[in-house]
Design a binder for this molecule. Structure first.
Ligand SMILES: Nc1ncnc2c1ncn2[C@@H]1O[C@H](COP(=O)(O)OP(=O)(O)O)[C@@H](O)[C@H]1O
Ligand SMILES: [Mg+2]
Length: 279
């Protein structure tokens, strides 16, 4: 299936997920075209990471279908699944670097595991990937010696090691100061432009979306609330979308349900219920 302007590389159809009796995703349909940078935007807890985990094969698909690079992700196993997984890179919220290895060794890992390259060839690739993310000087540092922004870049270099066609990010700029976040967002745009890699980033950060996203898919209550360019989405008739984009969502709307759920889950209502109820 071909979407406007190019080849569809991600095709999500009617995907639903429940955890217990909690319906987290409820009939999500979306497409991503080769070479674009798409943001999946929505408030905390709306199911963004869950959707990402489905797309990268970390969660089984129980309703609907997801096809990545033309392959149905739910129907693959063993070597076929591994071959597909090698065609995309993932940067999780925590950069997930191995603390006992240097930055260079972390980036080399996918290459030693999945290619037959010699040590010297791997060294060349590692230097190239580190240069691509602006970390040429950090090859011999350990993760504990990196700032938050450098750790993200190192994780990104590792995600790029096998020259993926697709890059998935979970909250790329979470936990970074605004300037460091901005430079990471610019790096994402740069990777799309220089390497032509397709990018899917789930985020609740509107500021990031403005910088890197060609297109936005907004999630609310497990459904796609709006999609299009940021300008198109801003014109949505749905007042919730406008409120989210303007950061004027009334606290009651987002908090009460979630608090009630947390209180029930933690059974602290008797102790702190009054105080939390007013939060
Ligand atoms: N493995 C799981 N088991 C039970 N509930 C989960 C699981 N993963 C996520 N959830 C719940 O699903 C909802 C959506 O979570 P998540 O996808 O992490 O949201 P987001 O990334 O948008 O903040 C949350 O209420 C979360 O508590
Ligand atoms: Mg999340």
């Amino acid at each position: 299936m071909v979407a406007k302007g190019g080849q569809t590389v991600i095709d999500v159809k009617d995907v639903g997920v429940s955890f217990g009796d909690r319906r987290v995703l409820d009939g999500i349909t979306l497409q991503v075209t080769r070479g674009e940078a798409v943001a999946i935007l929505g408030p905390s807890g709306c199911g963004k990471s869950t959707l990402l985990r489905l797309m990268i094969g970390l969660l089984p698909i129980t309703q609907g279908t997801i096809s990545i690079l033309g392959e149905q992700i739910g129907s693959l196993s063993g070597l076929d699944l591994e071959k597909l997984l090698l065609r995309f890179g993932v940067l999780f919220q925590s950069s997930a670097l191995i603390g006992s290895l240097t930055v260079g060794e972390n980036v080399a890992l996918p290459l030693t595991e999945h290619t037959a390259l010699s040590d010297s060839a791997i060294d060349v690739v590692v230097r190239m990937k580190l240069a691509q993310v602006g970390l040429a000087h950090a090859k011999d540092l350990r993760p504990a010696q990196l700032s938050g922004g450098m750790a993200k870049r190192a994780g990104l270099a590792r995600a790029l090691a096998l020259s993926p066609e697709l890059l998935f990010f979970d909250e790329p700029s979470a936990g970074l100061d605004p300037l460091t976040a901005l430079s990471l967002d610019h790096l994402i745009v740069d990777l799309r432009d220089r390497l032509g890699v397709t990018i899917v980033a789930v985020t609740h950060e509107l500021a990031s979306v403005r910088v890197f996203a060609d297109r936005v898919i907004m999630l609310r209550d497990g459904k796609v609330a709006a999609h299009g360019t940021l300008d198109e989405v801003a014109k949505s008739d749905d007042p919730w979308v406008g409120n989210f984009l303007n950061r004027t969502a009334p606290r009651e709307e987002t908090n009460h349900q979630e608090w009630a759920r947390l209180l029930a889950a933690n059974d602290v209502a008797g102790k702190d219920g009054g105080a939390l109820g007013n939060a």
